[in-house]
Write a protein that binds this ligand. Structure first.
Ligand code: GTP
Ligand code: MG
Length: 201
């Protein structure tokens, strides 16, 4: 798929405030703080600073909407698991994220980002388990693969997927990406295009 245009639409403070004018496919991106969500969105949409990125984790506190090709939405969700946040803030974010995921019927799939350099983290595995229990369609997106040699990258993603296979009978779709060298872009966009062709319920 070719991205002809992309623009920021709105930052919603809660699931209830998400766009309600037209029903469109929407694809949400989530993962731990600093995993590279905003960078991946910019890479996919071919825009340098559309989604705000930061070396300080926990920047995105809102549900950010981007309209692509005047047709479908990309949603940048707040990162979870940022330890330096207050307990109250973390609880608020968790509610925001869960409300969105469970109630947003337009969300065609959720891309769960994991940093390819890290061994499987409990917080991610538990989050994916929760998605499974709630029947939420999701994919796994490995990020920052440019930071590993190709052998190390292959090994790291294989180790990760075998850990998942211990818990799951079947793996969700898996994408290997880098926002720095743009790998994985075509595969992700093709997948989105395929899903865009499905009727919206
Ligand atoms: P929050 O919104 O705070 O949860 O973070 P985020 O998940 O949106 O991460 P963001 O895209 O802001 O990236 C965090 C840091 O990782 C930034 O310093 C990025 O430049 C860097 N980064 C993101 N993706 C990549 C990548 O593919 N390769 C490399 N080398 N660095 C990356
Ligand atoms: Mg971000």
């Amino acid at each position: 798929m070719i991205v002809n245009n992309a623009r920021f639409v709105v930052s919603a403070p809660s699931a209830a405030k998400c766009p309600a004018d037209a029903k469109r496919h929407e694809y949400a991106f989530i993962g731990r703080s600093n995993v590279g969500k905003s960078s991946l969105i910019n890479m996919l949409l071919g825009r340098k600073d559309l989604a705000k990125t930061s070396s300080t984790p926990g920047k995105t506190m809102l549900i950010n909407y981007f309209l692509v090709n005047d047709e479908w939405f990309v949603v940048d969700l707040p990162g979870y698991g940022y330890a330096a946040r207050s307990k109250a803030d973390r609880a608020k974010l968790e509610k925001l994220i869960k409300d969105y995921i469970l109630n947003r019927m337009e969300m065609t799939t959720l891309f769960v980002l994991v940093d390819s350099r890290h061994a499987p983290q409990r917080i991610d595995l538990e989050f994916m388990e929760w998605l499974g229990e709630n029947g939420v369609p999701f994919s796994i997106v490995f990020t920052k693969l440019d930071k590993l040699s190709s052998t190390a990258a292959k090994k790291a993603t294989e180790v990760y997927l075998s850990a998942l296979m211990e818990r799951w009978e079947e793996l969700p779709p898996v994408f290997r990406t880098s926002s720095a060298d743009r790998r994985g872009r075509e595969a992700l966009l093709d997948y989105i295009e395929e899903l865009n062709n499905l009727p919206l319920e």
